[in-house]
Design a protein around this ligand. Structure first.
Ligand SMILES: [Zn+2]
Length: 235
């Protein structure tokens, strides 16, 4: 069973450690499906069949080159198994159904949701500049995008609660339309007719920015910021 490979931690984003410490080329060598964000939260990334796409802060979609720097990402070697088709269901309801089908909240798993969507809401931020701002400052400047009647693919991961703070707890998914004209970090969706595939993962292979001076020097012992961010994300 494959593992999810994660570059960086949720805590790093919360603590404004936003350097792109790994290149797209290196991320793609660890897997062919995934999600992530660029240096300085430079848009949202989705990796499909070994190709990395960026949805930038204005909602434009670009294929990113091998040297594009990545600040955070989850990736794995795709070997999905078809689960089920669903119709007329919200993303939240679908997530509950997926948990029922896989019968565990104790393992990491990847999922792919492909088909027709009645509505999708996403967000994406423009790249920040150094010194890196806080995530709440980035959140104020991010754009929210809505579309209706779109066909495309969501790629995402489920991370067990225990790993919150290292990973993003629970479900986390990004979207790309088949026309490559819409996408981003998914805030909500209404699904019309989709095919869901999942891939159970045996664990977490966590890659930290071992050579990054700011990461090494940062005080990551106080978890108050992180816990507040997790609480805010859950409320
Ligand atoms: Zn995201």
């Amino acid at each position: 069973m494959n593992q999810v490979v994660q570059f960086g931690t949720m805590q790093m984003l919360v603590e404004s450690l936003l350097d792109g410490f790994v290149s797209t080329k290196d991320v793609l060598s660890a897997g062919d499906f995934g999600i992530g964000t660029g240096e300085g939260v430079d848009g949202e990334l989705i990796i499909i069949d070994g190709v990395a796409y960026q949805i930038d802060g204005e909602g434009q979609v670009h294929e990113v080159g091998p040297d594009f720097p990545i600040a955070f990402g989850n990736v794995h070697k795709g070997d999905f198994e078809f689960l089920k088709e669903y119709e007329d269901i919200t993303l939240k309801e679908l997530q509950d159904e997926i948990v029922k089908e896989v019968k565990t909240k104790s393992l990491f798993f990847a999922f792919k949701i492909e088909g027709d969507f009645d509505a999708v809401q996403t967000r994406s931020a423009n790249k920040s500049t150094r010194p890196w701002p806080s995530l709440s400052q980035i959140a104020e400047g991010q754009n929210v995008f809505d579309t209706t009647d779109t066909d495309g693919i969501m790629v995402g991961y489920y991370s067990p609660k225990l790993f919150q703070g290292a990973a993003v707890p629970g479900f986390h998914q990004h979207y790309l339309s088949n026309a490559h004209d819409f996408g981003g970090h998914v805030l909500g969706a209404k699904l019309k007719h989709v095919k869901v595939s999942v891939q159970m993962l045996s664990g977490l292979d966590l890659r930290l920015p071992a050579e990054n001076a700011d990461y090494r020097a940062a005080d990551l012992t106080q978890l108050d910021h992180l816990n507040a961010a997790i609480h805010a994300a859950e409320s």
